[in-house]
Design a protein around this ligand. Structure first.
Ligand SMILES: NC(=O)c1ccc[n+]([C@@H]2O[C@H](COP(=O)([O-])OP(=O)(O)OC[C@H]3O[C@@H](n4cnc5c(N)ncnc54)[C@H](O)[C@@H]3O)[C@@H](O)[C@H]2O)c1
Length: 339
């Protein structure tokens, strides 16, 4: 059994709490024992009406857990095997390294960090302490994206030709998200999911060209559009916007292959062959990304199996692409090579 802690009980941390309580109820061999947040209000009732992912509840029974206001205190007083780190992005690397330096496995939320140096430090710290590190790039575990990945690995519709990946939603309400130095803006925070998918599905691009607009002063790019350049000349395009006023959050994709097309409009995934006939797809479990992601990490820690889906080195490559996109946007869309 893995004894677990959770650091950061904001919107996403509460989402993790919901998932961990569900995993325990479903008999997964974990026991959440400790929660930590620097803000005492985090252990109270909150307004969860802005919750876009449908994971966070307004109220939890926090009396079941040992509560801490610093991560140092929690690590000093508990014997933990795995800690989920769900603090603001600019603190991911610092907090995750504190956890791993105590010999504890760590699941740290996306984006991995805002610089390659911080990403490398996280990987080196995991190796030095012989613990497992995984970054919460949850789309790799999300039903529709996991099913799409199968078309790439099986080659069922032939070689990839290209695709379009997008997400749009409203503006985050907490200040740190809108500060380029703290959250990386919409490009690093929200768009990173599609960057990670491009990396996961097609491999590393040679270069990128990104145009972006800063609508909120001081923010990273609140809207951005990227083309990815590969030797294979794939036609891949992504778009992200978090100053979108339709209400709600939307994401989806269209992936093109030599022998067909796979489309997800945010509600249902469909696949078509070259003769336009529809392929019958298996039912996709509607669990979101976090439940299968955390379950997978627990499984590979307990079995000792390799992380074949989401190794931290691949999350660092995703940051490498996002940094090139940021640089390209700063240069007005100029092509930036990825080193
Ligand atoms: N995987 C996803 O789909 C997804 C979705 C949303 C957010 N996220 C990521 O999750 C992270 C958290 O986002 P959020 O929306 O919950 O932010 P948030 O601001 O709502 O919550 C962060 C919480 O961390 C606490 N905190 C800050 N520093 C701390 C520290 N050193 N020790 C303990 N607690 C600390 C804050 O008090 C706050 O309660 C971000 O990196 C974000 O990008 C991931």
């Amino acid at each position: 059994m893995l004894k677990m802690g959770l650091v950061g009980l904001g919107s996403m941390g509460r989402g993790h709490l919901s998932v961990l309580e569900q995993l325990m109820a479903d008999g997964v061999d974990i026991k959440l024992v400790a929660l930590c947040d620097i803000d005492p209000k985090a252990f109270g009732k909150v307004d969860a009406t802005l919750n876009l992912e449908g994971m966070e509840k307004a109220d939890y029974d926090f009396s079941k857990y040992h509560l801490y206001s610093t991560v140092e205190d929690m690590l000093e007083n508990e014997e933990l095997d795995l800690v989920n780190v769900v603090v603001p992005t600019y603190e991911h690397s610092t907090v995750a390294c504190k956890v791993m330096n105590k010999g504890i496995h760590c699941l740290s939320e996306k984006p991995m960090a805002l610089s390659l140096a911080q990403c490398q430090l996280m990987i080196d710290t995991a190796k030095k302490n012989n613990v497992r590190l995984m970054i919460g790039q949850c789309l790799r575990f999300w039903g529709e994206w996991a099913l799409l990945k199968e078309f790439f690995t099986t080659g069922k519709l032939g070689a990839p030709v290209g695709g379009f990946y997008y997400r749009n939603g409203g503006t985050p309400t907490k200040d740190w998200f809108l500060c380029r130095e703290k959250g990386g803006g919409g490009l690093f925070d929200q768009h990173i999911h599609d960057v990670d998918m491009v990396n996961y599905l097609y491999g590393m691009p040679k270069a990128v060209s990104t145009v972006g607009k800063i609508c909120i002063p001081g923010s990273g790019y609140d809207t951005c559009a990227t083309n990815y350049i590969y030797d294979e000349n794939y036609c891949i395009h992504t778009e992200n916007i978090w100053v979108n006023y339709e209400g709600g959050f939307r994401h989806g994709f269209r992936a093109d292959f030599e022998e067909g097309t796979v489309v997800f409009d945010g509600t249902k995934i469909r696949a078509y062959k070259k003769d336009y006939s529809e392929i019958v797809l298996p039912d996709v479990p509607q669990l979101g990304g976090h439940y299968p992601e955390i379950k997978y990490f627990v499984d590979i820690i307990q079995s000792g199996a390799a992380n074949t889906i989401n190794p931290p080195e691949s999350s660092m490559d995703t940051i490498r692409i996002a940094l090139a996109e940021m640089q390209s946007a700063d240069l007005g869309g100029q092509i930036v090579e990825i080193k």
